[in-house]
Design a protein. Structure first.
Length: 304
């Protein structure tokens, strides 16, 4: 059922997104970026990334968010956006500001920089930096006024993709099970990376007003009961983590959809995904603990 699938999503992604598992490292604002050294943690790391790609595709198909805060930079390359130098302004602004100065330099100034088509890569195993070519023969090709734009484009590609290209390819292979290139191309055309991040990862915050305003009650008059009043008072006083736990208890997911609580998905007897509103139902036995039916986004709340 839908609730079991969402709970499975939550448990699997929680384990695979754990830093100790080694597939990801933490990027800016506590988002997840593939760990370039993931092979040192999991011998079958690429199979894990392929599985994550499949899970991401399945979650998008069912319009259900994953509790995996992927970094925008990872989603940018994973969904196949063309990489340009100006992309560094978004994903690595300090690096962008520094490298952009090369465009204003004269031929003599560039020559004094002694730059070749190389970049330094930090190796976790040796704790040292080594030079890697940005293109074949790059170590022997100096950066000049004529080729500086090519250098910047290749450097941006290296910065966003170079060290994690095997992981990205594996993720995309898994994603491709559900989303062929034609669909991904349309998605890139109509959606920004931020919008894809929101669709895939859901909203990090839980808006109580939106949640309450999108809730149905069974019977309808239960909305006016003291018990329901106490429920929403308690939810407002909860921390974000506690709200997420309550949402998980009732729906199997810790995050609401990107488009809000009015678009919670659930089981309606059809094979295709369909909206299933969050519903608070008066339980028959008063005084007992609340229960839930996650497939139907239903909270059974006894009167107290």
């Amino acid at each position: 059922g839908d609730g079991l699938r969402r709970a499975w999503f939550s448990e699997v992604t929680k384990e695979m997104g754990d830093r100790d598992f080694g597939l990801f490292s933490t990027a800016g604002e506590q988002t997840l970026q593939p760990n370039p050294n993931s092979a040192a943690y999991q011998s079958d790391h690429l199979a894990h990334f392929a599985l994550l790609g499949r899970i991401a595709g399945l979650a998008l198909y069912h319009q259900e968010p994953l509790d995996l805060p992927f970094s925008p930079a990872f989603l940018y390359v994973a969904f196949g956006y063309d990489i340009a130098f100006d992309d560094l302004a978004t994903f690595a602004p300090d690096v962008y500001s520094s490298l952009k100065k090369l465009l204003a330099m004269s031929a003599d100034e560039l020559e004094t920089m002694c730059l070749n088509f190389e970049a330094l890569v930090y190796e976790d195993s040796s704790k040292r930096r080594r030079a890697t070519e940005l293109k074949p023969g790059g170590a022997d090709e100096p950066v000049t006024v004529a080729n500086v734009k090519e250098y910047l484009r290749l450097y941006a590609r290296h910065r966003l993709l170079g060290a994690i290209e095997p992981q990205v390819r594996a993720f995309r292979a898994g994603l491709g099970v559900f989303f062929k290139e034609e669909i991904l191309s349309n998605l890139r055309t109509c959606c920004s990376v931020a919008e894809i991040q929101l669709l895939l990862c859901g909203a990090a915050a839980i808006d109580v007003d939106d949640w309450k305003g999108s809730t149905l009650y069974d019977p309808p008059e239960y909305e006016r009961s003291s018990t329901v009043t106490w429920l929403w008072k308690a939810v407002r006083e909860m921390t974000l983590e506690e709200r997420a736990q309550l949402l998980f208890f009732a729906t199997g997911s810790t995050r609401p959809p990107a488009t809000g609580f009015a678009h919670l998905m659930g089981y309606s007897g059809e094979n295709l995904p369909s909206e299933q509103p969050f519903t608070v139902t008066r339980a028959a036995a008063a005084g007992r603990l609340p229960t839930a039916s996650t497939c139907f986004n239903q909270l059974y709340l006894p009167e107290f």
